[in-house]
Design a protein around this ligand. Structure first.
Ligand code: ZN
Length: 670
């Protein structure tokens, strides 16, 4: 599971930032880079890379190559025609000899940049299909003149230009066939009912160690037969996975210890066989391998792209521990049992013994697959419920990315526009960064790891509502505890007031400002956004009689006013108890009622107002990162003698280079 940024563009006082950062920003490094459509590209610094040993640098070098090599897999997972469309667009972008200042060409350039960003033709967040700003006639003519195959042009044109075809990448609209109406490429020719029946038949409810059925395959119906096409080195995506396996083998000798080599061996075995028990074995080894400084995620990981929450998109991150900042998360994880025992949920749903939660703050060295360019700021893995219960999980907060977001957003006016008054702005500036980091830590290293299912409850029983409920559970755990005196006692918050900054920004975001990410007329779809709307609207409504939270007008503008922070904490606790009950009992109807009532609908008048105010600030609602470039320095024998990192590659140049150097799949993968 992952946390994504939600305080999108707060302007923060950076006085408290660590000296090590400012020391290395004296050069011309800029956190903000190119901007287009609704996107702002940022850069991140890999602080401390130069200080690593040659062995660690070499390990990172091969792992980052492996991270970049899975890019085509994600493009194909996100949609059947994505690789073909990317190919045609890139050919036009690089080779077309016509008027490159024309409106059509410039619109095509923006469209291509969005396709790169989303790893496909649907919005990375809202999931709706992009509307090309250029004509089909222009596209056909330009593609023809640069030599794109006529059959390919005919195939992709309806997909790109017909608004009724493949409208949404992930459709979660209640009452529709979610499989047939989602454009993601995880099912072919099967209905939602057929897919659910297929996987229900595989499950043994009495198995205490169920594998994650379906997580590494496409489910297809051919000639009346329904079966899985597995993603393995010899199956679907085999060309890409073979290359990844080769790079993992090159990295292996430079691993930190024999345990880490065993992790790599198990991952290679999984990629080779596709065996799901092997995958569980791999995640157990991976979760237990906490000693090395350098670590990585590489594989089929998160299931947000599948409306049924089974199929995992490919992603990778390579990172190393930020030892100083990790002291913060270690304090939390050392006290994990205390937090579990004091949580407001029914004791039946708590863990008697919290196992092996390891938490660290990391420095990202490269982002790949479903973490690039749009990324998470916190990750907690593995996702298998029983593995987490019996073997624990690894939780990370990505320090250098959070830092880059904060620095890039300095002084952009967002907080002044939406917060209710100067005192609130001051409070958020003072404590916002700190409590936001803490909330992410609590969410990842304790929230997702807390609680348990009752015996015999199917972990998938919440179906399409599962992701939203799980994120709400982790967020509420963080919200409840960020206000706890225990955090002051542990030295994590400076006083009993700091948490109010987190409460205010969370409610402001859930009730209002996250709507800047939604097109007028649309509902909320994405799981993290649904969860925030659910929490904020539930507390707003449940606290109405006591006037806990209000929406008030200031100079004609709607603002959130929190009248009683203590009662708000009580409400977060009550909702956490209820959400945990829903999860522990597998109460589908309960999950459905909560999500549909509080997490989906948008007040059109408030939405319009928020969009108008946001538009006047002239900010991009979404951000993503350009990766640094690693270069291996070799001696005459070809041995790596050093690895250098640079930050000056442009967005389009990086994307074109990735398409060229990491083109691992054919254009058609059927
Ligand atoms: Zn999460």
């Amino acid at each position: 599971m992952k946390s994504i940024l939600y305080i999108m563009t707060l302007s923060m006082c950076m006085a408290a930032q660590t000296a090590s950062v400012s020391a290395q920003t004296a050069d011309d490094f800029s956190y903000n880079d190119e901007r287009f459509a609704d996107l702002q590209m940022l850069r991140y610094k890999v602080e401390g890379f130069e200080k690593l040993t040659l062995r660690q640098k070499t390990f990172i070098y091969y792992l980052q190559e492996a991270a970049l090599t899975g890019r085509d897999i994600l493009f194909d997972q996100n949609g059947r025609y994505n690789l073909r469309i990317r190919h045609a667009l890139e050919r036009i972008y690089t080779d077309w000899q016509g008027d490159r200042q024309s409106a059509n060409f410039r619109a095509l350039e923006v469209y291509l940049k969005r396709v790169w960003f989303s790893n496909g033709i649907h919005h990375h967040y809202g999931c709706e299909k992009f509307v090309p700003g250029f004509s089909e006639t222009f596209f056909r003519e330009a593609a023809r003149t640069v030599g794109v195959a006529p059959t390919l042009i005919d195939e992709v044109c309806p997909v790109m230009f017909d608004p009724n075809l493949m409208q949404k990448r992930v459709n979660l609209a209640e009452g529709e066939d979610l499989v047939l109406t989602s454009a993601s490429n995880y099912y072919r020719g099967v209905t939602q009912q057929e897919a659910e029946d297929f996987y229900t038949a595989m499950k043994d409810p009495s198995d205490p160690h169920p594998v994650m059925f379906g997580m590494n395959s496409r489910l297809v119906k051919e000639n009346g037969r329904i079966y899985e096409k597995r993603w393995t080195t010899t199956g679907l995506y085999g060309q890409a996975l073979s290359r990844i396996v080769n790079l993992l083998r090159l990295a292996r000798p430079y691993a930190d210890d024999a345990d880490q080599q065993a992790v790599i061996d198990k991952l290679v075995e999984f990629y080779t066989t596709g065996d799901l028990k092997t995958f569980d074995d791999y995640t157990i080894l991976w979760a237990g391998n906490t000693a090395p400084l350098v670590d990585f995620v590489n594989g089929f990981t998160e299931c947000y792209g599948d409306p049924l929450g089974l199929k995992c998109s490919w992603e990778s991150i390579v990172n190393f521990k930020d030892l100083e900042a990790t002291k913060r998360t270690e304090t939390l994880s050392h006290n994990a049992q205390w937090f579990e025992d004091h949580s407001p949920v029914d004791p039946r749903f708590r863990k008697d013994k919290v196992k092996g939660i390891s938490a660290k703050v990391i420095t990202a060295a490269i982002l790949g697959g479903d973490l690039y360019p749009s990324t998470a700021i916190g990750i907690n893995l593995p996702n298998s419920d029983w593995v987490r219960r019996e073997h624990g999980s690894k939780s990370v907060t990505i320090g250098n990315l959070t830092d880059a977001y904060n620095k890039a957003a300095r002084g952009n006016g967002f907080l002044e526009e939406f917060a209710i008054d100067a005192a609130t702005v001051k409070m958020v500036r003072e404590y916002g960064d700190l409590t936001d980091d803490l909330h992410t830590d609590l969410h990842e290293c304790l929230g997702h790891g807390s609680g348990r299912l009752l015996a015999g409850v199917d972990p998938d029983s919440l179906k399409a509502y599962g992701s939203t409920i799980e994120e709400a559970r982790a967020d509420l755990f963080g919200l409840y505890y960020v206000a706890d005196p225990k955090l002051v006692e542990l030295g994590l918050t400076p006083n009993l007031e700091a948490y109010k900054a987190q409460y205010y920004t969370y409610m402001m975001n859930g009730l209002m400002t996250q709507l800047v990410r939604i097109q007028p007329g649309n509902n909320i779809e994405e799981a993290h956004m649904r969860n925030r709307a659910l929490i904020a609207h539930w507390c707003y409504e449940q606290g109405r009689a006591d006037n806990v939270v209000q929406l008030v007008k200031r100079d004609g503008k709607t603002c959130v006013q929190i009248n009683d922070y203590v009662k708000l904490r009580t409400l977060f606790g009550r909702l956490l108890a209820e959400i945990q009950r829903v999860k522990s009992e597998g109460d589908y109807a309960g999950a459905q009622a909560l999500v549909e009532q509080y997490g989906v609908k948008v007040d059109p008048a408030l939405h319009r107002e928020v969009l108008d105010r946001y538009q006047r600030l002239d900010l991009a609602p979404y951000k993503g990162f350009i990766n640094p470039v690693y270069t291996a320095v070799r001696d005459a024998q070809g041995n790596i003698t050093d690895v250098t990192v640079s930050y000056n590659e442009g967005y389009a140049a990086q994307m074109l280079r990735y398409s060229r150097d990491y083109e691992t799949l054919p254009l058609v993968n059927d």
